[in-house]
Design a protein around this ligand. Sequence first.
Ligand code: PMP
Length: 440
Amino acid sequence: MDEVTRQNREHTLFSWSVQSQANPIHMTGGQGVYFFDDTGARWLDFSSQLINLNVGHQHPKVLEAIKAQVDTLCFAGPGFATGPRAELGTKLSEVTGLAKTFFTLGGSEANENAIKMARHFTGRHKIITRYRSYHGATMGSMTASGDMRRWPVEPGMPGIVRVFDPYCYRCPFGKTPDSCGRECVSHIEEVIQMEGPQNIAAVLVEGITGSNGLLVPPDDYYPRLRALCDKYGILLITDEVMSGFGRTGTYLSTQHYGIMPDIVTCAKGLTSGYMPLGAVIVNEQIAAYFEDHMLWGGLTYSGHPVSCAAGVANLRVYEEERIFENVREQGAYLEGRLLAMRDRYACVGDVRIKGLFSVLELVRDKGSKAPLAPYGGSSPEMNALAAYLKAHRVYAYSRFNFLWVCPPLVITRAELDEGLAVYEDALAMLDRQLLGVAAD
Ligand code: PMP
């Protein structure tokens, strides 16, 4: 362990880690889809650093904009008007079709503020969320999250009611997409009735659920959910922190489904992580409400000029370099490759993909769908898979029985091929050595 890593370990705390087991790579630099460690090794980044670094490492145009803003004005309080804030706010209205943006520092804070605004606007207090959506690690966002990461803070914030997800591979209602009656939506209506529609401020869901296994909903899920919210005067809040801003080839993942949420939260891809920034983007009615009602809340760093400048530059890169087109092109190629892996390897149970947002769900065998690691846990097989990828310097995000492929959106076909070759070898190894199945 080098000195930097030792000091990191000795004097700082790592997220979501038992500290004695934290094993960080000492990252010393990056370029495009690659980063470098202290030994000089080059890693192919198939994780985009928590599905965030959309324009890749060290994009010169974003760096230039940050440097220029630092030289001009490094900080202005949240009550001041600045050029970058104006430009980014205007751009966000244009690309989302919503009205106004409240800036935060990241995704968790964006969801905190979205919940608060929804409660103030509607005068109702309950928020419906889904078991497999994740919304952040601050108290309110953590409570709003459905997955196990909320357990340590429970009972947390009152007023959260949870429903099941559109998880077609393991449908909680025992259905299949072709024969179901979209129970994943109709059961929400039953929950609304039992909780009292007059008490429910909002339904808050990840646009496309990311860190709990990338759940792509059936095409009519959102139109039905939108109609349900409208029927009861409930706001629809979509958390696009992971799925938004280019990851699926659109600004908002719900743009694939032709619906408009009332509030959108985002972060990550908004600046590609170059500066911390999150946003709560609200529709006309909510914006109008706050014209003559107090917005109860603020953050010292809301609208930070350097963060906003990074956001403006990042979104300009999206347009100038036709990033969404690359997502569609490489995403289509990736989809073909992943589906072929599903056909080829016994351990690949399901593939879910939208743009460059994709996951392999790994199983012991396709028939039983027994997960290769339990929910909330690990297994020798998943550990071996992660170790194999690491040994071959492909940095990927894996959790439970899921293995993601979420490279920076600037990736080329050749770079994809480079990483996928290692994935193929790793899956063949799993089939051959760990499952006792001969892969051809
Ligand atoms: N929502 C979603 C969907 C996320 O994936 C995340 C982070 N992974 C968050 C919220 C929290 O964002 P942050 O870590 O920036 O607070």
